[in-house]
Design a binder for this molecule. Sequence first.
Ligand SMILES: [Zn+2]
Length: 336
Amino acid sequence: MPFCDGVKLQEAYRRAQAERFAFMANNIAEPSILIGLLEAYAEARSDLLVQISPGAAKYAGGGDKRAGLRALSALVRELAEPYPIRVFINLDHFTADEMGLIEEAIDVRLVSSVMIDASREAFEENVRISRTVAEKAKGTGILIEAELGKIRGVEDEVASDEALYTDPDEAAEFVKRTGADLLAISVGTQHGVSKGRDLELRADLATKIRDRLVRAGIDAPLVLHGTSGLLPEQVREMIGYGICKLNKDTHYQYVFGRTACEFFAAHAEGIIPPAGVEDDVVNLFAKGDWSPDKKVFDPRVVGREIQAKVREIALVLIDQAGSGGKTLWVQKEGRR
Ligand SMILES: [Zn+2]
């Protein structure tokens, strides 16, 4: 049973903290990126953390977040089954607006962990909302990630124009009062496409936050969002400062778009009718001599290209995170 709960995810973070490596947390919204990830992580012998955002749930559910969340969670659990690694699911950037869905995800164990994002709110309100979710999860084996500080950029349905760095003095109080298992911090990364060389990255802050937490007797792993534009040396530096989870969404979106774009550009003649041929999608060109080529327009063909490219890029990112060869999966956990 490769899909594992938060108790096993906690074990994975503990080992990451002790051995100074991290997990990339990879967003999914459809099967191709997931399949590429599963292939890469199994090959690298790394446990895999995938994330579902409210926007991804809404997309996969054709507008119905609840249906989409249940469908994506089932997709991950079913597809993960034959792989000899542990696979975890995190809810990414769920807000107080989705409280009903968060409760259901916890109650029926759809996921291994939940990120409650109330970072837009003032400190006290952020504490109150985050604590509500942490209390709900208590005793269920599901971990809670909360965020303090604001990360610039647009992530899914949450947008912020300003970067608000996490205050190390507030961090320990925040974790203590909320009971959160993981803390997402803002140290200058951005959601969306960013350039590592342009970021005002304050890596020293991560160390300060970590020190304050340790002094307060808290060993909550730190999480960094908006890491798609980080340079490899910046990733390694942040892991050295105690970051255990690095969120990746935009990066695989680009890999998806780029691969599809190149594939369709190279095979346009099998899909778009040439000049002089009457366009006839309705009858699938049944009246004329020209026919489109099923070998290139079948979505599974480009889908397989995307899966292969995701696998290739994921192997590089696993190497950056250092999680390769560190799976905690053991034979007795079973394989279908
Ligand atoms: Zn994020």
